[in-house]
Write a protein that binds this ligand. Sequence first.
Ligand code: SF4
Length: 278
Amino acid sequence: MSGVTHLSPSGLATWRQCPREWWHKYVDGWPEYPPSEEMLRGTIVHAAVEALFPVGPVKPPTKADIDYRLSVAHDEADKTPITSDPGEFYETCRASLHSAVERLSKLDEVLLVEEELRAWGNWGLEFYGFVDMVARKGRLVFVIDLKTGSPPKPHTPWCEDQIMEKLIQPALYFAVLAEQGWEVHAYGLLFAPHDAPSQLLLGPPNPHGESEVAAAMWDEAVLAIDRQIRSESPPEARPSALCGWCPHVDRCPSGEAVVRERWRLNKSVGPAREALGL
Ligand code: SF4
């Protein structure tokens, strides 16, 4: 038995990107890279946002509130991955948090924040994840996924497939909440990067239709995972440019080949450069 009992929205994203990577992470339990500086910034900003926007009517936080919550979240985080200047890192967290607060302060009421959601359970795999925020503005209820990374660049929007890949996480939370009887109207990604203006990327105008697509993707993946686990053999590798960021690249010949070719062409290869000694 694999011991895998649940599938999270981020697990689903990994499965869709490369089933072999998912297998090594969740079934084999092979170690991951330590969190990057960007991931650490995300953890700190999420924790501060959770404290600044509790469930209830939104009260725009003061600068003192923001500074205090940022320092608490920063002190509580494991800062092992910081490689650059710690003072500079703190300022990037502050910039990202201010950017998120400016947008979130326009909401009327927070209904859920960092809430655990469990659902479904098809083929023995439960849906499990934490929704960042469900909030109301006027009569509309939004499901919000907060990102501290970069939004799509102006004039070069993502193609349709990329948008669905990015939106699949809030779309799934939307689907679960709708099934649980919540009246939800929209979902989207709120980008609050430290080095660019914030941006809200909302799902398509018919969120119920798209969230059904996301739920169908979830079902399809769970069925495929169930089959794979029963076969007791790892699924196929699906090499791509993202192999450079896969922690298992040094044990995956097809992924390594892609990375070596990208390196030869002077393209970025992420942490694989060190892992493969390039
Ligand atoms: S290196 Fe690439 S192909 Fe291999 S497991 Fe990782 S993501 Fe998949």
